[in-house]
Design a binder for this molecule. Structure first.
Ligand SMILES: *[C@@H]1O[C@H](CO)[C@@H](O)[C@H](O)[C@H]1NC(C)=O
Ligand SMILES: *[C@@H]1O[C@H](CO)[C@@H](O)[C@H](O)[C@H]1NC(C)=O
Ligand SMILES: *[C@@H]1O[C@H](CO)[C@@H](O)[C@H](O)[C@H]1NC(C)=O
Ligand SMILES: *[C@@H]1O[C@H](CO)[C@@H](O)[C@H](O)[C@H]1NC(C)=O
Ligand SMILES: *[C@@H]1O[C@H](CO)[C@@H](O)[C@H](O)[C@H]1NC(C)=O
Ligand SMILES: *[C@@H]1O[C@H](CO)[C@@H](O)[C@H](O)[C@H]1NC(C)=O
Ligand SMILES: *[C@@H]1O[C@H](CO)[C@@H](O)[C@H](O)[C@H]1NC(C)=O
Ligand SMILES: *[C@@H]1O[C@H](CO)[C@@H](O)[C@H](O)[C@H]1NC(C)=O
Ligand SMILES: *[C@@H]1O[C@H](CO)[C@@H](O)[C@H](O)[C@H]1NC(C)=O
Length: 865
């Protein structure tokens, strides 16, 4: 919202000499945003890590041991002023409430060689105090100076950078005047670790691993079987996933005359290998005669395949021990994302701060899901924990889809189109190897959250052009083969039609648990997930309805012969749903009916809540859980990260009907007021994210303009506590990024900023498009909102020169900006009529250019702010 002028460039990832994107904005990113907070739920759960976009491992200074609810780095005032660093970790923990797996780490230390001065392995004991003022955070380089209290005056200066699968660190040890000590680098390889499982149990376990030391090659390699979330994987995948192993190979630029294996606190000097619990290895170095300093560079390759592959990754991604080369390569990778933005503000410090929140949002959003495939001479390959096998192809992990289907995926389609085919194929592989599309994949399915929103991801990707090439757009090159399109359909249709194994007892994969009671019988008056069988029943009912909508969209966008040939059981499901009377055999109609009928079965028209803040009549009509027999459960039952207030706004694919059910635009808007001002809104969790935009769909865009700023102000800022809730793989930030640009995908499968990376050079959007930029080979979307820093209201909008009249619905269509374009907002200090202003009911009819031109079309999408 600080955008005075805001330019977004996209496209252009293809051939030819790569454009050098500017790096200047990288220094505006604040990697500390979201790394602190009073407790795990009220923290971004992000870490100030280094590594390129979508990095396999991200490297971070550790100040606590990480596990579910604790990230490796937790910012506190105490840490900032007088903290200690306990090591440097390459982590794959994707979110604060998820587990770690296949990590690697390295810890500097010093010893005098006397018997009591041994390698310190214990996490707490090995911490080294920071030298005040030395710690710096960047996207590609972290640095810190540490002291050795037991060796007065001795220090180590650490630089840390990383490529996707390789940590690159430089340690410069300096000994104090009276020291004859020797520095070492310790590689903890297995550790006592904490796993979390039902019912709310934290348990310590001791994963096994191995270490191999090759002093002749200056190398230490190791393996570790830790995968904290294995415990919550579906039973059917547990055996295969139990073979999961992470590998690393560390190569030093300096020979190490002394080395050894550690196990717990036991040190075996000169041992070349070891295995088991709490295992580690160390390399000890000497200060050159006549010198008080020694600098050691180390590159640590990681792999999910083997130690050899870790070594291969090391050589493939980093060609030298010169850390500045690794840093520059990673900066260039970030510049390709961040440098696509040009944000101009009024230059005030408040505006600069907002700009930092915005750019850091892009930085967060472009980290997930993260790549787990590994390079070879030819096609990349990946280890799959679903079937304990190595396959050819690209694969990704860290899919928090219940969160990311809302806006993060839309942003990925826009900013990282080159990744989309691989990310989609990765989901298809999970389906083929594990039986279902992912829900929350953290190396393996974890059964966290509800719904099968991968359906939405697939539908949105296909809708935005990542399909097979459609009739009428023949010049768009197909992304997926007919076989892949078939798998896309089969997997989504399976979600929509097959209940999980054990649907009425303990499910294996959660997918659409309750589907057999939910979808079965409209004819006999059902249509909901029964609350006395399944937890989170209201959220499931609503989420499955939205997913049905997504699969319906998909059914219209895939080649019809594929859909017709691969929709088993349709007749039977229809007969069950409608009763026997209707046999139309049309999957689109069937899914649309389910999407538009079933969610309203949990709408209790007489349920009410006093309008405490807005006064007047009670707010009427709320979603409410229902039992198997149709009776209503308690109003507090059945919700996932929310309550009946926020879930009553969850009908994103049927907003028009929702507005009617709440009594029309005026009373619907008042219910939104009560939601925001009555203390019901909770932006720390995702179900609230689209709610500020709903006013605009009820003809009262002014309130959207105010609420979006209010939510941005309350929930985001440029400090370590600057995210009010968990980042959830980019969704918190994606909301901010879209909102600052001026719109939001309320119904993600209906609004698109399309990304056509497979457009041939002959396509008109390149050959004859004033918004195509030759030098950057990108489409340019220009968003102008002069004065937006202090003027929150919209007076007018022009899209590519076309005036969006005040009485029109404030919608921007996909086609208007899919190949770049120009949005020109005229801002105002006071509320305006544009987008319906404060609503027809509060204003003089004469204010309108054309009051009769109002029309109801609630179904879609986003607005401006
Ligand atoms: C960080 O550490 C502090 C101090 O131990 C703790 O109070 C806080 O809950 C932690 N924050 C997070 C997000 O874990
Ligand atoms: C917050 O954290 C607790 C555990 O401390 C968890 O049980 C609870 O579900 C979380 N709340 C939300 C809304 O995520
Ligand atoms: C800083 O922390 C160390 C422990 O790491 C402690 O001994 C020292 O007293 C602390 N100093 C201050 C000023 O708090
Ligand atoms: C580690 O190996 C030992 C010995 O084989 C075994 O008893 C233990 O269960 C293993 N630990 C884990 C976490 O699997
Ligand atoms: C299915 O119904 C939709 C309307 O809901 C229609 O557009 C489509 O053509 C129908 N498909 C078939 C195969 O009849
Ligand atoms: C709404 O729920 C209450 C119980 O909470 C129930 O008594 C009432 O009948 C429900 N209303 C409708 C229209 O079903
Ligand atoms: C409600 O608002 C929508 C969105 O602007 C508009 O299309 C519709 O005509 C309004 N309804 C009434 C009854 O004014
Ligand atoms: C900064 O963002 C807030 C919302 O967080 C907004 O209200 C304010 O106007 C912005 N300030 C500037 C100077 O851009
Ligand atoms: C309607 O117009 C009259 C006369 O201009 C003005 O006094 C009144 O405040 C207006 N009402 C609203 C709601 O704007």
């Amino acid at each position: 919202m600080a955008a005075l002028e805001f330019v977004l460039l996209w496209g252009s990832l293809s051939t030819g000499l790569a454009y050098q994107w500017p790096k200047t904005l990288l220094s505006s990113i604040n990697p500390l945003i979201g790394s602190g907070g009073p407790e795990p739920n009220l923290s971004g759960g992000m870490i100030p890590s280094v590594g390129p976009p979508f990095a396999s491992t991200r490297w971070v200074a550790q100040n606590q041991a990480n596990y579910v609810s604790a990230t490796p780095f937790n910012y506190t005032e105490l840490y900032a002023t007088n903290g200690s660093v306990h090591g440097f970790q390459g982590t794959r923990q994707p979110a604060i409430w998820m587990g770690e797996s296949a990590w690697a780490a390295i810890v500097p230390g010093m010893t005098s060689g006397s018997p009591e001065d041994i390698i310190i392995t214990d996490f707490d004991a090995r911490g080294l105090p920071k030298i005040p003022g030395t710690e710096t955070f960047g996207v590609a380089l972290y640095s810190v100076g540490l002291t050795f209290p037991k060796f007065g005056g001795s220090t180590v200066n650490v630089l840390m950078s990383a490529s996707s699968r390789v940590g690159h660190l430089q340690f410069t040890f300096e000994k104090g005047p009276e020291d004859s000590s020797a520095p070492y680098l310790f590689l903890p390889t297995t550790r006592p670790t904490t796993i979390f499982h039902n019912p709310n149990i934290f348990e310590t376990i001791y994963p096994n691993g191995t270490v191999q030391i090759s002093p002749e090659n200056n190398e230490i390699c190791g393996s570790n079987t830790e995968m904290q979330d294995w415990i919550i994987a579906p039973d059917s995948t547990k055996e295969a996933a139990s073979h999961f192993t992470g590998w690393y190979c560390a190569r030093f630029d300096t020979p190490f005359p002394i080395y050894g294996v550690t196990q717990g606190n036991t040190i075996s000097e000169k041992a070349n290998s070891g295995s088991g619990e709490e295992i580690g290895a160390y390399a000890q170095f000497e200060f050159p005669t006549q010198s008080n300093t020694v600098t050691i560079n180390v590159r640590i390759g990681t792999s999910l395949i083997s130690a050899d592959q870790a070594r291969y990754n090391l050589d493939a991604e980093t060609s030298s021990f010169d850390i500045s080369k690794t840093r520059v390569a990673t900066e260039n990778a970030w510049a390709e994302k961040i440098g696509r933005f040009q944000v101009e503000t009024d230059g005030s410090s408040a505006a600069d701060s907002n700009k930092t929140v915005f750019l850091t949002g892009v930085f967060h959003a472009m980290q997930y899901p993260y790549e787990v495939h590994e390079p070879t001479l030819g096609t990349p390959r990946y280890f799959s924990a679903y079937d304990n096998a190595i396959h050819d192809g690209e694969s990704y992990s860290g899919y928090s889809i219940w969160d990311t289907y809302r806006a993060e995926w839309a942003l990925t389609l826009l900013l990282a189109p080159e990744r989309v085919p691989g990310m989609v194929r990765s989901m298809l592989q999970d389906y083929e190897e594990g039986g279902w599309l992912p829900m929350w994949k953290n190396m393996i399915e974890t059964n966290i959250m509800v719904g099968t929103h991968a359906d939405s991801l697939l539908a949105e990707a296909v809708l935005k052009g990542f399909g097979g090439g459609e009739s009428g757009s023949g010049d768009i090159q197909p992304t997926f083969t007919a076989k892949e399109l078939t798998t896309i359909w089969e997997a989504a249709w399976k979600d929509a039609s097959v209940p999980p194994h054990g649907d009425d007892s303990g499910v294996d994969y959660e997918v659409r648990a309750g589907l057999s009671t939910f979808f079965a019988e409209k004819a006999s008056g059902k249509g909901w997930v029964a609350n006395d069988i399944h937890s989170e029943s209201v959220s499931r009912t609503l989420d499955y309805a939205y997913d049905d909508h997504a699969v319906a969209v998909l059914s219209t966008r895939l080649p019809s012969h594929i859909v017709e040939a691969h929709t088993p059981n349709l007749l039977q499901l229809q007969a069950q749903f409608y009763g026997d009377s209707l046999k139309q055999n049309n999957v689109t109609t069937f899914l649309n009916d389910r999407a538009l009928i079933n969610p309203w079965t949990v709408w209790n028209t007489t349920a009410s809540s006093p309008a405490v803040v807005t006064g007047g009549e009670d707010i009427k009509g709320f979603v409410q859980a229902r039992q198997r027999d149709g009776s209503w459960a308690a109003p507090t039952d059945g919700f996932t990260e929310g309550d009946r207030w926020v879930y009553s706004f969850a009908f994103v694919h049927d907003i028009g009907e929702l507005v009617k059910k709440r009594g029309g635009n005026e009373s619907f808007s008042k219910s939104l007021d009560e939601f925001f001002d009555g203390g019901w809104v909770d932006f720390t969790n995702e179900p609230a994210h689209h709610t500020p935009y709903l006013y605009a769909l009820a003809g009262a865009a002014t309130y959207t303009q105010e609420r979006v700023r209010e939510m941005a102000y309350i929930n985001y800022n440029n400090t370590p506590n600057g995210l009010s809730g968990n980042e959830d793989c980019g969704q918190m930030s994606a909301w901010y990024v879209f909102s600052a640009m001026g719109f939001y995908p309320v119904n993600p499968v209906s609004v698109n900023l399309p990304v056509p990376p497979f457009i041939p050079p002959s396509h008109w959007s390149i050959a004859k498009n004033q918004y195509y930029d030759q030098s950057t080979k990108s489409y340019v979307l220009r968003i102008r909102a002069p004065g937006a820093e202090t003027k929150p209201y919209v007076r007018s909008l022009r899209i590519n020169g076309r005036v969006v009249e005040a009485w029109e619905e404030p919608l921007i269509s996909h086609d208007e900006i899919r190949y770049g374009g120009m949005l020109e907002f005229e801002m105002s200090e006071t509320a305006e009529n544009w987008g319906g202003g404060r609503g027809a009911w509060t204003r003089n009819v004469t204010d309108y250019a054309s009051p009769s031109a109002f029309h109801l079309n609630g179904n879609v999408e986003h607005v401006e702010l």
